[in-house]
Design a protein around this ligand. Structure first.
Ligand code: ADP
Length: 262
């Protein structure tokens, strides 16, 4: 969970980084086109020594611009997944204190864990990051405080009102984060999974949280669903495939997971 906190702080830093990067990048481009313009003028005047000078300046700026994009690419490179049977109720319980500290005293945190939840086959540390990110989004949607509810449930691809139609049949669990915040109109919901889409001020949001969560859920064989009502609040659910009983000993899920983890 300390790792999840570091990740959240990293995301905040990336927000500042990307805002700053775009600015620096524009400055470098302006420098390059300025140098090219001057080169054209001096060339016409036959002042070749000046041309060489502006050329060096333009090359330097182009190199720095390339270094900037490399930094961005290095960051956006996918983290590798290490899926293992994961007790999501225990994961949520383990994160509760960190989440409480992160969202602050004006937000009430409620956890509803379904009994007998089957383990998810998922990368636990990525799921921790996803959960913390959802709670930070929920907090940001409630500037005057409110309530965050984290709920887990066994579900299935064909249940849940047909919302899971695009997933193969099988056993899934849902991890949902509900807030009593501003909510989102449909035209925003449409865009939230796009990388770098954010409505937060520069330096405050990266626009990467939900797109990374979406990528993580898809790569895990799951899905993300958003239900939101403007003025009432938002629920974001991550659906994840479960590690199921057929292939293992006849024990309740929580107990079997314990013996596996050890
Ligand atoms: P970021 O939080 O850095 O902006 P995200 O990808 O996590 O990036 O979210 C993108 C946008 O989706 C946010 O800027 C916000 O407009 C909207 N959003 C996400 N979660 C919520 C929520 N719980 N309530 C209202 N709006 C939200």
């Amino acid at each position: 969970t300390e790792e999840a906190l570091r990740q959240a702080q990293k995301m905040e830093a990336v927000g500042q980084l990307t805002g700053g990067l775009a600015h620096d990048f524009n400055n470098l481009l302006a420098g390059i086109s300025g140098s090219l313009e001057l080169m054209e003028m001096r060339l016409a005047q036959g002042r070749h020594a000046d041309v060489a000078r502006y050329m060096t300046a333009a090359q330097g700026a182009a190199k720095r611009a390339a270094a900037l994009t490399h930094r961005l690419l290095a960051f956006s490179r996918r983290q590798t997944l290490d899926p293992k049977p994961t007790n999501v109720n225990r994961l949520v319980a383990g994160m509760a204190e960190l989440i409480r500290r992160t969202v602050g005293p004006s937000v009430e945190l409620e956890v509803k864990s379904e009994d007998g939840l089957w383990p998810a086959l998922v990368d636990a540390s990525q799921l921790e990051n996803a959960l913390l990110n959802l709670c930070i989004n929920a907090r940001d949607a409630m500037p005057n405080g409110g309530r965050i509810t984290i709920a887990t449930a066994n579900t299935g691809s064909d249940r849940d009102g047909g919302r899971m139609k695009d997933l193969p049949d099988g056993h899934y669990l849902s991890l949902c984060v509900t807030d009593t915040g501003t909510g989102m109109p449909p035209e925003i919901i449409e865009k939230v999974f796009e990388p770098f889409f954010t409505t937060k001020p520069i330096g405050m949001g990266t626009g990467l949280g939900l797109s990374m969560i979406y990528g993580f859920a898809k790569q895990s064989g799951g899905q993300v669903r958003i239900h939101s009502v403007v003025g009432e609040g938002t629920t974001v659910c991550i659906y994840l495939p479960q590690h199921h009983a057929e292939d293992s000993e006849d024990q309740p899920p929580e107990i079997r997971l314990l013996s596996r983890a050890e």
